[in-house]
Design a binder for this molecule. Structure first.
Ligand code: SF4
Length: 91
């Protein structure tokens, strides 16, 4: 099967998944428990796509902020969305 051809904007939107970038600066949005955010960030710290700026080169997000959002997920499927039913929340 031929791989889908996306322009850079389409690829960025695809890599964002359900992450809403504006939630990262919205203090009223729910955040995941600190241990979940830390576990997610620990995965990012070992990932070759994490830039020295702490941005992910796949989605462009600042990961210290993104890992705190419940609906956020890694574009490389290294960690997933947070749910109260799955307290560890790593995919
Ligand atoms: S979100 Fe995924 S791809 Fe991006 S830096 Fe973290 S682990 Fe790597």
């Amino acid at each position: 099967m031929e791989e889908e051809k996306l322009n850079p904007y389409q690829q960025w939107k695809k890599n964002l998944g359900e992450t809403r970038v504006w939630d990262m600066v919205n203090p009223t949005i729910e955040r995941v428990p600190k241990d979940v955010a830390q576990a997610r960030y620990d995965v990012c710290k070992g990932c070759p796509f994490l830039l020295p700026t702490t941005q992910c080169s796949k989605c462009g997000c600042f990961m210290k902020a993104k890992v705190k959002l419940p609906l956020a997920e890694c574009p490389e499927h290294k960690w997933g969305k947070f749910s109260q039913d799955t307290p560890t929340a790593t995919a």
